[in-house]
Write a protein that binds this ligand. Structure first.
Ligand SMILES: Cc1cc2nc3c(=O)[nH]c(=O)nc-3n(C[C@H](O)[C@H](O)[C@H](O)COP(=O)(O)OP(=O)(O)OC[C@H]3O[C@@H](n4cnc5c(N)ncnc54)[C@H](O)[C@@H]3O)c2cc1C
Length: 460
């Protein structure tokens, strides 16, 4: 129970939620409602009730009642978050599982309006049926929600060319404190009339408002895409290869990397074993011929590599990406668990970040590996551990703190992808000047004066 909860009792809360959303949409919290996919940290929260409103208006009513009665609200999508953002700190878990309608879809206008609980994969498939794509592709796309992606500003391999979630949201419907349903932006592609509240809500991790629906941009699907995988002897050579890709003038649709440790943990059947650093650059095109021409340019740019694997048929392409999707799980399997961070650094400091991650791990007696979105400088710097070993978990947490220091020293960020949630509370003030931190806190105070929207999260 948090200190905020003063003016209600459980029976009153449950009765109010049932009156708003209906008895079948209210329940006692289950274990799965109290945690997320945060790795190695064993985070478990507490809550008094879970409500799954079926409409945006019900979400507004729930927030209105909770705000009037000082009840904390934790918005929850699919709970795949990696930062503890959906781990409740008492009060009500507001699940978007009941908000799953596609409200409108105009393929000819390349736009769609979906509710927050729609799964990212469902959105992608619906777009694809009409020859379009929603190109944001987090590794969790089959299980995470559009609302969760918006709240964390999620990205994925194809964000290098297409940008992260924020680039695709033209408008939001959201509930703001103390329980008002508002629309900012919409099915318009340009809108500079006010402060950019849409962008402010994107990435706000449920601390400024609850997203109930979004207008999203779509684009025509490429006719073909061909990844080129190049093995380099080490991270420094890998850095040079990445820069050679950019100098080639081809805009890769994805630009990924794995270091030696990640390659050892997740050996690829189509690569020689023992590689020092892997670059994956993907070429796409509006015609297959264009994609093949760009692929040839990428192969040329990476010609200095020790080995180049450039599948030309669909099966080979799918094999490569399937293997890449499994890297995280393969790394976890090495010692049974991992603490995986998501620092971001300027792309030209990537090799330094990769090398320093291994050094930090070694200082703490932990194997460390990296992989991630090279073009975005987004490094999944990862310490391998046995999750049942408390001492290892503690050493990994200390190592992660050093990693954040490294990211800041390299001119980067403590989080390029997963957000602050509970896990990275207090890190932002190491990265930002005091005046910027004060602005961050002033925004929270202005939009959530009682501090009831996802309390305890995204603290600077
Ligand atoms: C296997 C795996 C792979 C992953 N790969 C990636 C990746 O490639 N890129 C990436 O960015 N992330 C990745 N993630 C992390 C995670 O999937 C993303 O952060 C995702 O966006 C979370 O969506 P969710 O629906 O599960 O949200 P949740 O985990 O339920 O919530 C995440 C945060 O958003 C808030 N929230 C959720 N819905 C709403 C809403 N409607 N309104 C306001 N706030 C809300 C929650 O309060 C919480 O703070 C991965 C996770 C897993 C398990």
């Amino acid at each position: 129970m948090t200190a905020l909860m003063t003016t209600f009792d459980d029976a009153e809360l449950l009765a109010a939620l049932c009156a708003i959303a209906g008895e079948d949409r209210v329940r006692a919290p289950r274990a799965a409602d109290l945690s997320d996919d945060t790795e190695g940290a064993g985070l478990r929260g507490q809550a008094h009730a879970v409500v799954e409103p079926g409409t945006a208006e019900q979400v507004a009513e729930v927030v209105r009642w909770c705000y009037a009665h000082d009840v904390p609200i934790t918005p929850r999508g699919a709970g795949t978050g990696y930062a503890g953002g959906a781990v409740p700190q008492g009060g009500v878990v507001l699940s978007t599982a009941g908000l799953t309608r596609i409200r409108s879809f105009d393929p000819a206008l390349w736009r769609i309006e979906v509710e927050a609980g729609v799964l990212t994969g469902t959105l992608q498939r619906r777009a694809r049926e009409e020859g379009l794509i929603y190109p944001v592709d987090p590794g969790s796309q089959e299980s995470s929600t559009v609302g969760g992606n918006i709240a964390t500003n999620a990205g994925g391999p194809h964000s290098f060319k297409h940008g992260v979630t924020r680039a695709w949201v033209t408008g939001l419907e959201a509930v703001l404190a103390p329980g008002e349903l508002v629309r900012v932006g919409g099915p318009v592609r340009k809108d500079v009339a006010g402060y950019d509240l849409t962008s402010l809500l994107v990435g706000s991790e449920g601390t400024l408002g609850i997203v109930t629906a979004a207008w999203l941009r779509l684009i025509p699907a490429p006719a073909a895409a061909f990844p080129v995988a190049a093995v380099l002897p080490d991270a420094r050579a890998g850095q040079e290869a990445l820069e050679a890709v950019l100098v080639s003038g081809v805009v890769p649709s994805a630009l990924e990397f794995l270091d030696a440790g990640a390659l050892a943990a997740a050996p690829a059947p189509f690569l020689p074993s023992g590689g020092g650093f892997l670059v994956i650059a993907e070429a796409d095109g509006t015609t297959e011929a264009e994609a093949r021409a760009s692929r040839a340019e990428l192969v040329e740019a990476l010609a200095g590599a020790e080995h180049v694997h450039a599948p030309e048929d669909l099966a080979g392409v799918l094999d490569l990406w399937r293997w890449r999707d499994g890297v995280g799980h393969a790394v976890s399997a090495r010692h049974g668990g991992k603490l995986s961070e998501d620092i971001g650094v300027p792309m030209d400091r990537l090799a330094e970040a990769v090398e320093a991650t291994v050094e930090i791990g070694a200082r703490h007696g932990l194997d460390a590996v990296s992989w991630g979105h090279a073009g975005d400088g987004n490094v999944h710097a990862t310490f391998l551990l046995d999750p049942s070993d408390a001492a290892q978990r503690e050493r990994a947490a200390t190592a992660a703190h050093e990693l954040f220091t490294l990211a800041i020293e390299l001119g980067g960020t403590v989080s390029g992808e997963h957000g602050v949630g509970l896990l990275k509370n207090g890190q932002l003030r190491r990265q930002w000047a005091p005046a910027a931190v004060a602005a961050h806190e002033a925004i929270k105070a202005a939009l959530d004066p009682k501090g009831l929207l996802n309390p305890g999260k995204k603290l600077a």
